[in-house]
Design a protein around this ligand. Structure first.
Ligand SMILES: Cc1cc2nc3c(=O)[nH]c(=O)nc-3n(C[C@H](O)[C@H](O)[C@H](O)COP(=O)(O)O)c2cc1C
Length: 183
């Protein structure tokens, strides 16, 4: 088993999601000892505090996946200058019941890709606010606001050479960040 298991939370449910492609492509740039699991958030019910004592199986499964991870990777689209509803729903579920915030203390990285020119910058800032509240230490630099121009991914979803170089640098910093926080 890998020494560092990373739970990857993707804020889009779309079949051809650019953010899912990015999440898959960047995982290829990690060194040995790191493994990445894309966790399922599409089958979660809408969060309802009345259900805190009786969480759905899908919620328990997600909390178990997060608990088992040494690090987190959030890959977020930007929806109306914020994160998507499905991502916020997942974050809320894992943060509860009160006193059982499973995110707490897990080192995180934040990435995002958009067809818009600012490349999820506003969504990422909103996400960072939420993660700060949830006691998640989040890599500050380098930032990665990715504008999905033509050719960013090839037909097979692989990165082009310059994107790869940029994201390799990001991954190197992320790996160091996770190692620093995991005893
Ligand atoms: C409801 C909705 C709101 C959107 N709002 C923004 C936005 O605020 N900024 C932006 O850059 N793109 C916005 N977009 C376009 C997304 O960046 C684009 O759909 C992107 O492909 C979504 O990520 P995905 O490919 O991982 O699903 C929006 C798309 C949707 C469906």
């Amino acid at each position: 088993m890998s020494q560092y298991q990373i739970a990857v939370v993707i804020g889009s449910l779309r079949k051809d999601s650019l953010n899912r492609k990015l999440a898959s492509a960047i995982a290829e740039l990690a060194p040995s000892g790191f493994s990445f699991k894309q966790v399922e958030i599409g089958d979660l019910p809408l969060y309802n505090q009345d259900e805190d004592a009786n969480q759905a199986q899908s919620v328990k499964r997600l909390k178990t996946d997060i608990a088992a991870a040494q690090g987190l990777l959030f890959v977020t689209p930007e929806y109306n200058r914020s994160i998507s509803g499905v991502l916020k729903n997942a974050i809320d579920h894992v943060s509860r019941p009160s006193g059982q915030n499973t995110w707490a203390g897990k080192p995180a990285g934040v990435l995002g890709v958009s067809v818009g020119a600012i490349g999820t910058a506003v969504a990422q800032q909103h996400l960072r606010n939420i993660l700060a509240y949830l006691d998640v230490p989040t890599l500050g630099q380098p930032e990665a606001f990715i504008h999905a121009k033509e050719g960013f991914f090839d037909e097979a979803g692989a990165l082009n050479a310059s994107s790869k170089k940029f994201l390799q640098n990001w991954m190197d910093h992320y790996v160091a960040w996770v190692k620093k926080h995991v005893a």
